[in-house]
Design a binder for this molecule. Sequence first.
Ligand SMILES: O=C(CO)[C@H](O)[C@H](O)COP(=O)(O)O
Ligand SMILES: [Co+2]
Length: 216
Amino acid sequence: MTKIAPSILSADFAKLGQDITEVEQGGADYIHVDVMDGHFVPNITIGPLVVDAIRPLTKLPLDVHLMIENPDQYIPSFVKAGADIISVHVEACPHLHRTVHMIKELGVKAGVVLNPATPVDTIKHVIEEVDLVLLMTVNPGFGGQSFIHSVLPKVKEVKELVDAVGKEIDIEIDGGVNPETAKLCVEAGANVLVAGSAIYGKQDRKKAIESIRQTR
Ligand SMILES: O=C(CO)[C@H](O)[C@H](O)COP(=O)(O)O
Ligand SMILES: [Co+2]
């Protein structure tokens, strides 16, 4: 079954707790938390304080997507705040292997993220170490953007890499996911779908989650 990770970037921050409860009750599998620093991406969002505040409100794993420069400096704070999965952009990590190990040594799952223009080759030498590969299907920084279809062949490439390793590694897609694009992602080999505007832009969050989830 495909896992759905609603992105709270599109939630109403004045009633964040309620918006998280609604998607948990609607069948979400992870809560996706978009962390932006105004440097790696041109937007500023959530820090460890907010992760700490939402941690007691849900039993779901907190899937923390770090879109920040120098993530090594902040990873311990996000772990302390209650993150379950921490994903870092390969474009922001000159010492990717070290960063992945740091995340794992702190006792949480480690993910690596590729921007649309970044080739899959960049993660070939860390694939055995990671729990998750996240492929961006928009240029990171904002919710509500259109899905970039040219990323789909990369999903297939990552699936082949993961199958060759023979380990359980999530293949997650983030950006412009809706019921139509979700189908393409799952067909290409993804098993976790992030969706912000396609869930929080709808009144009925349960129905939105069900319509995005695809079974194979
Ligand atoms: O990482 C992100 C943006 O950088 C978000 O997770 C993503 O954009 C989700 O929003 P939407 O589903 O509306 O595209
Ligand atoms: Co994200």
